[in-house]
Write a protein that binds this ligand. Structure first.
Ligand code: GTP
Ligand code: MG
Length: 336
């Protein structure tokens, strides 16, 4: 089975996200995000449709995504497009492709004008321009095909999660639901190792032991699935505490972050203030999210959390200030 390429759409409201996603794939699972799949191409598009009201689902899918599309409609840059540009430019582990949407809504001269203005505003965000921006006409199938191929080409070159112990299975869970006669079906991405039929896995943070009954990749039954693949796993038994945020792991390589931690690898997002005093924030690690208190000084950050959480080595922690004007504050890189 080839690697699944996952692409998240970063766009402000009315930027053309849902229309574009529905052209790139076929609508699948829908919750606080909607997934669109192109089975033949092993492609999954994520429309985090709760954004901008809720930024958490969008950030929960950043780690899964292989290439982020920054949607720019022909309008002046609003504060959400600015926030998304900051996310795309700070999280440099993942490539960004700028997609100009809705170009038929304005004249060519207006389009040129907005593009020149927006480019000027974003010019310091070099990571956003590593690939040439692409214009899409939603009504022209050919331009959609070109975009889809571009996503696959860029996404397949994105390095996968990389740790010292890469053989162990780690699955990030994004959805789970009970299915009569089957047990629990879990959707997620294998970011490390291989998941096999019959395998025992541990689910964290809830510390539940599971047995994999069967595996599907793009609706096809398989015996095993490698790193980089999006999977549907059927698990024996009903587990209500398995949901987005759980890590399914083969060997317990996670360590528990308890109460306090000081890390030296904080990357503060541009246009964000240093957090001088212990401040309530929200953290996202893999698809897990939890509140914490944070203080930062340069690349140093001090964390205080209420209850222990599992930390997967080499997986970043995103720092959000949910009440802030610009909510994405930075990234903590967890080395070991
Ligand atoms: N003319 C034109 N209209 C478009 C295009 N893409 C989307 N639209 C229309 O613009 C509106 C918004 O598009 P959506 O795809 O819903 O955008 P969105 O970002 O998902 O919007 P929200 O989720 O409501 O914030 C809809 O009425 C679409 O039909 C386009 O390329 N050209
Ligand atoms: Mg929408």
């Amino acid at each position: 089975m080839p690697r699944t390429i996952i692409s998240e759409l970063l766009g402000t409201s009315q930027s053309g996200r849902t229309t574009l996603a529905s052209k790139l794939g076929k609508k699948g699972t829908s919750s606080d995000v909607t997934l669109y799949n192109h089975q033949k191409k092993s492609l999954t598009i994520i429309d985090p449709h709760k954004y901008p009201q809720n930024i958490i689902p969008l950030v929960q899918f950043l780690e899964m995504s292989d290439v982020n599309l920054l949607l720019l409609p022909p309008n002046p840059i609003d504060k959400f497009t600015a926030e998304l540009s900051i996310i795309g430019n700070t999280y440099t582990q993942k490539p960004v492709l700028i997609v100009q949407t809705m170009k038929d809504k304005v004249t060519n001269i207006e389009l040129e004008h907005y593009w020149a203005e927006n480019r000027k505003k974003l010019h310091s965000f070099k990571h956003l321009f590593e690939y040439p921006p692409i214009q899409v006409d939603q009504n022209d199938g050919n331009s959609i095909t070109i975009l889809r191929e571009k996503i696959l080409e860029i996404g397949s070159n994105t390095p996968l999660y990389n740790s010292d112990d890469d053989e162990d299975a780690i699955i990030l869970v994004d959805h789970a639901f009970p299915v009569k006669g089957v047990g629990t079906v879990v959707l997620g991405k294998v970011i490390s190792g291989t998941v096999r039929k019959g395998m025992n896995l541990l689910s964290l943070p809830h510390k539940t032991n599971l047995v994999i009954r069967s595996i599907q990749v793009q609706d096809v039954d398989v015996k095993e699935a490698n790193k980089g693949t999006r999977v549907g796993l059927a698990i024996k038994g009903q587990f209500t505490n398995i949901r987005r945020g759980e890590f399914l792991i083969g060997k317990n390589i996670a360590y528990e972050l308890t109460q306090e931690l000081e890390v030296e690898n904080y990357k503060q997002a541009p246009f964000t203030k240093e957090i001088n005093e212990l401040k309530q924030v929200h953290l996202v690690h893999g698809t897990n999210d939890f509140p914490a208190k944070v203080k930062s000084e340069g690349n140093k950050v001090f964390l205080k959390i209420d209850k222990p959480v599992p930390i997967i080595p080499q997986l970043p922690i995103f720092v959000l200030d949910l009440g802030g004007k610009q909510r994405f504050n930075g990234i903590i890189e967890v080395k070991d």
